[in-house]
Design a protein around this ligand. Structure first.
Ligand SMILES: [Zn+2]
Length: 120
């Protein structure tokens, strides 16, 4: 997750191999690798092509991850997908995303206070 990385705008952190942003659908940081095309705008960035993150469905209480994975009736973990484009600072979530913002477009949020640098 790269907490040692440097914050470069209210929205992005710079890591060794890409940028990190807060995902309001997954309630976690996602990596934007350097192999993607980036227009250099740190406040309203455009990256191409789209991003697709595969993970496991997590359990949230009051907007905070409990540290537990969601499980089906057989006790197995449940795959989750986050698929979106980031264009001019707008996160456009594709319908195959498994979280609540699936199919919606929302502004790229500021980094949560506890993930930002104090000096910016
Ligand atoms: Zn996400």
């Amino acid at each position: 997750m790269g907490l040692g990385a440097m914050q470069v705008s209210t929205k992005l952190r710079r890591d060794e191999c890409g940028y990190d942003h807060w995902c309001p659908g997954c309630q976690e940081m996602h990596r934007l690798p350097d192999s993607w095309s980036f227009d250099g705008n740190l406040v309203q960035p455009t990256f191409t092509p789209s991003f697709k993150h595969s993970m496991l469905k997590r359990i949230f209480v009051g907007g905070k991850w409990t540290g537990e994975w969601a499980r089906d009736s057989s006790g197995n973990t449940i795959p989750a997908t986050c698929h979106y484009t980031l264009t001019a600072g707008q996160l456009q979530f594709c319908p195959d995303s498994t979280h609540a913002l699936s199919g919606k477009t929302v502004p790229l949020p500021d980094l949560p206070a506890d993930l930002g640098d104090e000096t910016i």
